[in-house]
Design a protein around this ligand. Structure first.
Ligand SMILES: NC(=O)c1ccc[n+]([C@@H]2O[C@H](COP(=O)([O-])OP(=O)(O)OC[C@H]3O[C@@H](n4cnc5c(N)ncnc54)[C@H](O)[C@@H]3O)[C@@H](O)[C@H]2O)c1
Length: 371
């Protein structure tokens, strides 16, 4: 049965539109394959929205986003806006959008792609086969806890790390459910030897785990986890953690992949899920055709997996990306002097190669079904 899917595209600034274009092309190929009728609604956000509407998140963009099945974002930000107050800058539009959509579970995969094994500062024998999914709680903890203050006269500043049991339960359920579709292991990360908030976290995650007897749960302190991620990244499947620890650990683990341009993300659990590559608008390379679109393309795969229940299609995209890399194609950020057999390609060419290989995978699949 064919399905309709309304996706709001907020491509944003700098390289945002360049990489998003390639991701949309890949979603269109998927639609051709499985009959999904994608309706892409392009709306302004960030600097482009400030220029057109005087606001980084116009009401029409927010309305479209709330009225869609998923939102795909490129990136926001530009040097010309750097002198504006923080609440008027392009980045404020993204923060407002995240808040309005209400997602509380931020998903960040960290994958070692074999053809890029020399791009990571870690040795290939350490990263080989690593495939980690971070589930970071996004709306609680130290970043949002009240009271918060900086009293300049007394020289005292204060932030509050606060979680409720319900906030831990809902994000833990997401981690366990995702682990059931992967290698069935959750590592919950806390600092329960020092922090009461972490003791609540650990007790609650342990309690929730009883509903998922097929998933193995282990607990690690955040300092030990930071070390294990670099020593034995293969041992991790799903890493569940609170806001601050997740922010730091997911960036640390990004070195496994080796390039910022390769990293996808999604934020789920709210009214509408939001998908965005991890990188920013990269004003230094915008318009030069040097942007790596693979992070955005892998973000499109996450959109299919988590908002459309299209696991097979998501995997087909990920396989296509792997094969394009194995064939030696590299955008400038991935190129290494030590690899003479690589071919340096532009954003559009990289997108085209993924598109072609994806179509080969689709043809092969259809031929198998026809037998
Ligand atoms: N989610 C977002 O929209 C987001 C995230 C981070 C930064 N920003 C904004 O982006 C602007 C630039 O910030 P920044 O320079 O700190 O971070 P950035 O991620 O834009 O760029 C950091 C470095 O990585 C490179 N890079 C990033 N993405 C790449 C890609 N896909 N392909 C090849 N190279 C890539 C850039 O050229 C740059 O050298 C700022 O205005 C910042 O506020 C937005």
């Amino acid at each position: 049965m064919s399905k309709e899917m309304k996706v709001t595209i907020v491509a944003g600034d700098g390289i945002g539109p360049e990489v998003t274009r390639e991701a949309v092309q890949i979603l269109e190929a998927i639609g051709q394959w499985n009959g999904t009728r994608f309706q892409f609604v392009e709306m302004p956000i960030g600097g482009v929205a400030i220029r057109q509407h005087g606001s980084p998140l116009p009401a029409s963009t927010l309305d479209a986003a709330l009225d869609s099945d998923a939102v795909l974002l490129g990136a926001v930000g530009g040097n010309e806006f750097n002198l504006l107050p923080p609440d008027k800058r392009p980045e404020a539009g993204l923060l407002q959008l995240r808040q309005a959509l209400g997602g509380f579970a931020n998903l960040r995969p960290s994958v070692a792609y074999a053809p890029l094994s020399n791009n990571s500062p870690l040795r290939p024998e350490v990263t080989d086969g690593a495939n980690i999914l971070f589930v970071r709680e996004l709306l609680g903890g130290l970043y949002f806890g009240e009271p918060r203050s900086w009293n300049r006269e007394s020289g005292v500043a204060l932030n509050t790390m606060r979680y409720t049991r319900d906030e831990v339960v809902r994000v833990a359920r997401i981690a366990f459910e995702l682990a059931q579709k992967r290698r069935r292991k959750v590592t919950s990360v806390d600092k329960a030897n020092v922090l009461e908030v972490s003791q609540l976290w650990r007790a609650t995650v342990t309690e929730v785990s009883a509903d998922y007897p097929d998933v193995t749960l282990d607990h690690q302190y955040v300092d030990a986890c930071a070390m294990h991620l670099m020593n034995t990244p293969r041992n991790f499947d799903v890493v569940l953690t609170e806001n601050l620890f997740g922010d730091i650990l997911s960036d640390e683990a990004a070195v496994i992949t080796g390039s910022l341009g390769m990293l996808p993300s999604g934020t789920i659990g709210g009214k509408v899920n939001l998908y965005e590559p991890v990188h920013g608008s990269a004003p230094d390379i915008a318009g030069t055709g040097k942007a790596n679109p693979l992070g955005a393309i892998l973000t499109a795969a996450m959109l299919l997996r988590h908002s459309a229940d299209m696991e097979q299609e998501a995997q087909a995209i990920e396989t296509a990306v792997q094969r394009v890399l194995a064939n030696g194609y590299r955008t400038a950020d991935l190129a290494r002097i030590s690899q003479p057999d690589q071919q340096i390609v532009s954003t559009r060419e990289m997108g085209k190669h993924v598109f072609e290989i994806l179509n080969e995978i689709i043809d092969c699949n259809q031929a198998m079904h026809a037998v």
